[in-house]
Ligand binder design. Sequence first.
Ligand code: ADP
Ligand code: ADP
Length: 237
Amino acid sequence: MPIVSLTDVTKSYPASDRSGVSVNAIDNVSLDIEQGEVFGIIGYSGAGKSTLVRLINALEPVTSGTVVVDGTDITRLGERQLREMRLEIGMIFQQFNLFSSKTVAKNIAYPLVVAGVPRAERKRRVAELLDFVGLSDKGRSYPDQLSGGQKQRVGIARALASNPRILLADEATSALDPETTHEVLGLLDRVNQELGITIVVITHEMDVIQSIATRVAVMENGRIIEQGDVFDVFSDP
Ligand code: ADP
Ligand code: ADP
């Protein structure tokens, strides 16, 4: 059974002008992501990638269709159940989204505080996460004192704090130089291989998909225009 399954999903937004014509940010998309894989979603700006991420994370309701995450149709859940479900999904972002006024350790601990995890358990877990991402000596630093690659490693540690089954990476390397991108992709590969976490990589960069994903969906105008093994999709005829 796929860990994420979208069936005939459409998401429309009201027209931003007076035309009255709504915009289908996602237009009848069906997609299966298998447990344990690294799945890439690629497309130009405006293709609908971020909207798709918000639908998988249930940050926004679908207009029609179903989104099944880990066996549950999330389009039918109430707010309380959605909050629980979101713990299964970690997210990392292009701009890292760290709290600049909190230390690295506090940033990583944040989801654990929200989830009501006791302090001793939080400390243990944060130390373990810092070690996993190679930042054991940076717990007391502030985000501004870190390089971009280090910031994203903190973002990854925070996303892993609640033991998610899925990690959504939304343009997570787009603000990084090629060398740092390579380093962060290496860490994501370990998240997948060593922790068995399913990763969805959303990007406009083909080489990112080629270096880490096994399957890919190509989006254009809210639709998936092609999907399959990375090698097949990107081999020019
Ligand atoms: P991508 O992430 O691939 O750049 P988006 O999902 O951000 O694409 O956007 C897809 C389309 O949906 C675009 O035409 C965008 O203008 C539109 N869109 C996205 N979010 C909203 C919103 N909240 N309200 C209205 N239109 C939106
Ligand atoms: P706020 O309303 O202040 O943004 P949130 O609880 O929504 O508070 O998010 C707190 C921080 O965690 C933000 O920086 C946000 O970008 C980040 N965040 C949101 N969702 C997730 C997630 N699923 N996994 C990890 N970090 C997240």
